[in-house]
Design a protein around this ligand. Structure first.
Ligand code: SIN
Ligand code: CO
Length: 407
């Protein structure tokens, strides 16, 4: 394994090991019960300010909303929001999704969560809230760590249960009261872990920024749909339903079965299940589907295709002509083994890796939004490494540019 200098670079966000032990946490709390970690980050500095967050919510493609408690109930407005003055001084929050993608410096905070694999992370959601603000009691489908930045908020977390759902606005799902098992005021650097399905509510005590690290967990429906999409695309899984004599004939096979022509017998479902199960038994195919799924961002990046294709043979030369290598917003990258070889899978594109390409991959993966090409060229020391970079440039997931073009 070739040394990757970037992996040792210090991060601004390191979990305080006196307060948080990742091994004990994964064993005793992760996906089991909520936990408050006081001073999980010592001297926590907000990775984005409230003003920058408000600015970000104006940008195209950024998913943001303002949730407000009104005299009569709750209100929600989707961004972009130009003027926040109408909301007054209290009782509202601005929530912005995927801040790590739209504001790459915020990506740094996610590095503290690498005790879980990168491909489990969904996004960093940031909320700015005024005194009294919150989104009300609710459940999330996903595990979340909520880090308190500036200000303070009171967080209550309850046990999972059969809560009544209310929707004061079509896009605001809340639940009616729960009994808290955690009821604490979070100060800067404190962190709350809430497993999926545990009710919670935050209320702002002093104007606050909260950073929520959310995790992705595909449902059975999403997995099956990914398998079906892949199979249809690749013309795979073409075994078809076939009749069995038990459906067509009587038990000893001497006569036609006694049935109405329009009746679908239960056994037909069993045959369909067997067909589907045999599809799931194709290990290599299923692994390809899962690798592609986890290598794709649910908010797909907008590729910036080159005007002329890059070739592996000339990619070192191409890099020398530019100062910067830029990563497209939201590119997901994983490595996995397939049929005995190591591959990089990037937004569903597969690249075979040798140890040089693997080292380059590590650098590209850890790169926040750009790197100087001089730092990249030294990794282009095998044809696999060159093919990896040329391939990603051709897919528009990485771009070569000069410093002055970048801004
Ligand atoms: C918030 O920051 O107010 C909402 C975070 C959450 O409850 O998931
Ligand atoms: Co929540």
């Amino acid at each position: 394994m070739i040394h990757n200098p970037f992996q040792d670079s210090p991060s601004d966000y390191i979990l305080n090991h006196h307060a948080f032990n990742a091994v004990a946490f994964l064993r005793d709390y992760w996906q089991q019960k909520p936990l408050l970690i006081k001073q999980a980050f010592v001297g926590f500095a907000d990775p984005i300010s409230a003003d920058e967050l408000a600015g970000l919510s104006l940008e195209p493609g950024v998913d943001s909303r303002v949730v407000q408690k009104t005299a009569t109930g709750w209100d929600l407005q989707h961004g972009p929001i130009e003027d926040f003055s109408a909301f007054g001084d209290t009782g509202w929050s601005l929530l912005v999704q995927a801040v790590n993608e739209h504001y790459p410096p915020a990506q740094e905070l996610l590095r503290a969560f690498r005790f879980l694999p990168d491909w489990r992370v969904d996004d960093l959601m940031v909320s700015y809230s005024t005194v009294g603000g919150g989104v009300g009691a609710h459940l999330d489908q996903y595990d979340v760590f909520i880090i308190q930045g500036s200000g303070s908020r009171r967080w209550q977390v309850g046990e999972p249960g059969d809560y009544k759902t209310i929707c004061p606005h079509p896009d605001l799902k809340q639940i009616t009261g729960f009994t808290p098992i955690i009821d604490e005021v979070l100060e800067p650097g404190d962190m709350l872990y809430i497993p999926a399905g545990f009710p919670h509510a935050g209320e702002t005590i002093a104007e606050a920024l909260n950073f929520s690290v959310g995790f992705r967990a595909p449902s059975q429906a999403e997995l099956i749909s990914a398998l079906a999409d892949y199979a249809l695309d690749q013309d795979a899984l073409q075994q078809r339903f076939h009749d069995r004599s038990e459906i067509l004939l009587n038990q000893d096979g001497t006569e036609l079965a006694d049935r109405e022509p329009w009746h679908l017998p239960q056994q037909a479902t069993q045959y369909c299940r067997e067909l589907m199960q045999s599809a799931l038994n194709d290990d290599a195919l299923l692994h390809k589907v899962c690798a592609e799924l986890f290598s794709k961002n649910p908010r797909p990046p907008l590729p910036d295709y080159p005007s002329e294709p890059f070739t592996a043979g000339a990619v070192v030369y191409s890099c020398k002509r530019y100062e910067l290598l830029v990563k497209a917003v939201g590119v997901r990258m994983i490595t996995t083994h397939h049929e005995g070889n190591l591959y990089a899978v990037i937004q569903g594109n597969w690249f075979r890796l040798d140890e040089h390409a693997e080292a380059l991959f590590g650098v590209l993966c850890d790169m926040t939004d750009y790197a100087e090409t001089v730092e990249i060229i030294e990794y282009l020391s095998s044809s696999f490494a060159c093919e990896l970079l040329a391939g990603m440039l051709n897919e528009g997931l990485f771009m070569l540019t000069n410093d002055e073009d970048a801004g």
